[in-house]
Design a protein around this ligand. Structure first.
Ligand code: HC1
Ligand code: SF4
Length: 558
């Protein structure tokens, strides 16, 4: 076994990539702005410097651990050094913390507090706000940028989009789109991963809560809401629960107290998607045309990416609307005779859903089926504003008439979930053992690329599951060079919606807990397969009769 000394204590080295990981394993919260385990090392912020045994300084993020090494993480010199960096950053940063969208979530604010910075010795050189509000998904304010480059690296390395990059040099250095165009006119697909990675308020989720509050308070408006699968396992920690704990009952209770009139679960919409998407898959297989593989279509950032970077693949993208849009079309139909103005809200882990909701394809007479999308982060904000003590809430049930959903719908929120749900629908053996074995085909787990094969009659279905758009584009290149798949599930965010751009930021281990939370929620559902949801039959015989194509499908290739 290999050991090294950290602050005089021996720490075992396992497979830690760098000192930073080992130091954190040893229980020391070493500060950093620019280190993310999933991204390349940039080493620019210098906050993670440690002192080696010869008195030299090493950046912990870019130094590999070595047996016999000895370092100190907290000396007088390091304290001074870190304070100096923080003061320099603060001198150049706006200090309107109390009105910043990122107040309470900002790393700069957090570290300034941790290092007890009560005054800044340098003159204030902060620039005026420089806000780009053009995107429906994210808002940028360059004056709050600390040039850590996290957004640039996530956008190019994880998402293969490269919508933003460093521009200019020296004191003029900034993060910019090509030709400094508004972000909405760039290649940005709205995934929000940059906002998730941004340590300050320089990139944040677009805030739609103000207009929503207005509608909630308006007596002549009936506000219905649907809650996405991944939201239930991601807001607990911020509101006093454990990571990954399924909080759906408390969310329903909170929404009811806030004044929402009808509360539903997007998992019901996901059941509709499963039925439509499996039918489409089987039809395509039967017809044997040149339109395989079938790509899933529920992730709007993936659809945007496909439209922008691989338009020739659009005929391969499922014509199924996302669960959010299928369900919204059905809900708006159900309440179309209401005497009140109808507003339908979707609580989503995703920023790109804001864009999807505004797409022309999902409007009827110019009115969107989903009027607002509120991210998990915005929901947390609204719950806090309401003064609700979330952890004390008694869980409540969702409303009828759309009160039933299956485990298949719930697992949509984690990478591989859509595939597993579709497989539950298409396999002929519906026993518990058969469903359990589907879980072990390779579709589960947090890996960015997964493969599985399942027998359908005497045909072997080949399936790929990818999350993160870089993984998607690598797979597309493989397909283009001749690899065959029948079904490809793509989720733009690594890990799927549980790690959506609108969720509170967490480290990798916590993402896994969110995934596990959804699989536990599935276990609690007494119906596991979408076609067994009794509501489906009612819908297909009722509201959807003769209107399946109109309400549940969309042709992105058109
Ligand atoms: Fe998702 Fe979906 S799973 S896209 O990740 O298909 O956002 O949670 O609601 O629509 O159901 C997101 C999550 C979500 C849709 C479903
Ligand atoms: Fe890049 Fe996604 Fe951010 Fe757009 S939202 S800039 S695509 S990371």
């Amino acid at each position: 076994r290999d050991y090294m000394m950290i602050d005089g204590i021996p720490v075992e080295i396992n497979d830690e990539k760098n000192l930073l990981e080992l130091i954190r394993k040893a229980g020391i919260k070493l500060p950093t702005f620019c280190y993310h385990s999933e991204l390349s090392i940039y080493g620019a912020c210098r906050m993670c410097m440690v002192e080696n045994e010869w008195g030299g300084l090493d950046a912990a993020c870019s130094t590999p651990p070595k047996a016999g090494m000895s370092i100190k993480t907290n000396t007088e010199r390091l304290q001074k050094y870190r304070k100096m960096i923080l003061e320099l950053l603060l001198a150049n940063h706006c200090r309107d913390c109390t009105t910043c969208n990122n107040n309470g979530k900002c790393k700069l604010q957090d570290l300034a507090m941790r290092y007890n910075i009560s005054r800044v010795r340098f003159p204030n050189t902060a620039s005026e706000p420089d806000v780009d509000d053009s995107s429906l998904c994210i808002t940028r304010d360059r004056s709050k940028c600390i040039l850590c480059g996290d957004c640039v690296r996530v956008c190019s390395e994880v998402q293969n989009v490269g919508a933003i990059d460093f521009a200019y040099r020296g004191s003029k250095m900034t993060i910019s789109t090509v030709f400094d165009k508004p972000i909405a006119e760039s290649d940005c697909v709205g995934c929000g991963q940059c906002a998730l990675a941004c340590p300050t308020g320089a990139i944040v989720v677009k805030d739609d809560t103000r207009k929503l509050w207005k509608d909630i308070y308006d007596k002549n408006t009936r506000v219905s809401v649907q809650i996405a699968p991944a939201v239930r396992v991601a807001l607990g920690k911020e509101l006093g629960l454990n990571d990954g704990e399924n909080a759906i009952g408390k969310i329903v209770a909170a929404l009811r107290r806030m004044g929402f009139d009808d509360i539903f679960d997007t998992s019901t919409g996901a059941d509709l998607t499963v039925l439509e998407e499996s039918a489409e898959l089987l039809k395509r297989i039967k017809e044997g045309k040149n339109d395989m593989p079938l790509f899933t279509s529920c992730c709007p950032a993936w659809v945007n990416y496909c439209e922008k970077f691989y338009p020739e693949l659009l005929p391969h993208v499922s014509t199924c609307r996302s669960p959010m849009e299928m369900f919204a079309a059905v809900i708006k139909e159900e309440y179309s005779t209401s005497s009140k103005r109808l507003v339908h809200v979707a609580v989503m882990p995703c920023t790109a859903k804001k864009f999807e909701a505004a797409r022309e394809e999902f409007k009827v007479n110019g009115v969107p089926n989903v009027d607002y999308v509120i991210s998990t982060q915005e929901l947390i904000q609204m719950i806090k504003e309401s003064g609700i003590i979330f952890s004390d809430l008694e869980p409540e049930a969702i409303d009828m008439p759309f009160g039933t959903y299956t485990g298949a719908g719930v697992i949509f929120g984690v990478t591989g979930g859509v595939t597993e749900a579709v497989l539950r629908r298409v396999v002929s053996d519906k026993s518990a053992t058969s469903f359990r074995s589907l879980a072990y085909t390779g579709v589960r787990g947090m890996k960015g690329v997964k493969e599985a094969s399942v027998m359908y009659g005497d045909r072997k279905l080949r399936i790929a599951v990818v999350s993160g758009l870089k993984n998607a584009s690598d797979l597309i290149e493989k397909i283009k060079s001749g690899e065959h798949y029948d079904l490809v599930e793509v989720m733009a965010c690594p890990g799927g919606c549980i790690n959506g751009g609108g969720q509170p930021f967490v480290q990798s281990e916590e993402k896994e807990k969110r995934g596990k939370g959804l699989y536990s929620a599935d276990k609690l559902c007494n119906i596991k397969s979408s076609e067994e949801n009794p509501l489906m039959m009612t819908l297909y015989k009722g509201a959807l009769k003769g209107r399946v194509h109109e309400l549940l499908h969309v042709d992105y290739a058109a």
